[in-house]
Design a protein around this ligand. Structure first.
Ligand SMILES: C[S@@+](CC[C@H](N)C(=O)[O-])C[C@H]1O[C@@H](n2cnc3c(N)ncnc32)[C@H](O)[C@@H]1O
Length: 277
């Protein structure tokens, strides 16, 4: 594979070893994050069914506070793998005109709507869709697509069959949803539109960047975050998962050092002119 062209940064934010949830104020059942000076709250009713946001997901929100972040006002956005609605809430609060929150897990729609309402945002601007991304063919194209796909490799030995598994683990060595986003992006994103991705270094960042830049997308790294590999939910199977990850690292498809990995807040622009709204 050729080396991907990407506009590089980059400042790296190193999060503390042994901790998760450092990018927001967490309580047992909710957390508060800041976006453009607003304090926004995300609750998760059942963390075994809907992922309580992790530093991996929050890293992209943190990057949206940065100088290079895109203007979110008035966009028509698609939140792929909405989960708790973390990004849907952020986008609506930042002035998105409309957000479609897509998730394969039906519990996500309920939680996303509850979080939008709890933040005093207009639920009429939110449209929740329960569907696998692979089967979702909207009759519109979006100005902005945002996503934090599952990034850990699947193995039958630690299958749990719940929403947490769907949120964290994916086939094809953890790349399945990244691959679907790359395959389907032209169906989803308008010419000139922006794709924002929290991309784990465990899931082959160069591959995603190469596949999109060879199709003419501009790629930019907004920020890089270093943090612990989130193995808490898989504590009993840590060694199996690390063995799978090491195999992928040996063939250049994962990058990590001990129990530390990085999440890159990536921004891609689809070639072409936006048609304007
Ligand atoms: C890592 S979680 C991200 C949740 C939230 N965006 C965040 O950052 O906290 C990934 C989400 O993708 C959803 N998901 C997994 N596979 C999917 C698929 N094939 N189609 C649609 N959603 C999927 C999961 O249910 C989960 O909510």
């Amino acid at each position: 594979m050729t080396t991907a062209s990407i506009q590089t940064l980059t400042r790296r934010r190193v999060l503390p070893v042994g901790e998760n949830g450092t990018l927001w104020e967490t309580r047992s059942s909710y957390g508060i994050f800041e976006l453009h000076g607003m304090r926004l709250r995300i609750a998760v009713e059942n963390p075994a069914e809907v992922l309580f946001p992790t530093d991996c997901g929050l890293s992209l929100v943190a990057a949206l506070n940065g100088d290079n972040a895109p203007d979110l006002r008035a966009v028509n956005a698609l939140d792929i793998g909405a989960g708790s609605g973390l990004y849907s809430v952020a986008l609506l609060a930042a002035g998105a005109e409309r957000v479609t929150a897509l998730d394969i897990n039906p519990a996500s729609a309920v939680q996303t709507e509850a979080n939008v309402v709890a933040n005093g945002l207009d639920a009429a601007r939110l449209h929740c869709v329960t569907s696998p991304l692979e089967e979702y063919t909207p009759d519109e194209k979006f100005d902005l697509v945002i996503t934090n796909p599952p990034h850990l490799p699947y193995d039958p030995s630690y299958a749990r069959g719940d929403g947490l598994e769907t949120a964290l683990v994916a086939r094809r060595g953890g790349r399945a949803v990244y691959d679907s986003v790359v395959e389907r992006v032209e169906v989803l994103l308008a010419p000139g539109g922006t794709l924002l991705m929290a991309h784990s270094s465990l899931a082959d960042i160069p591959r995603t960047v190469t596949e999109l830049t060879t199709r003419g997308y501009e790629a930019e790294t907004l920020e890089v975050f270093e943090m612990d590999i989130p193995l808490l939910a898989y504590a009993e199977h840590k060694e199996t998962m690390l063995t799978l990850l090491k195999e992928r690292r040996a063939t250049g498809r994962a990058e990590f050092d001990g129990s530390r990995f990085t999440v890159h807040a990536l921004m891609f622009r689809r070639p072409g002119n936006a048609t304007g709204r």
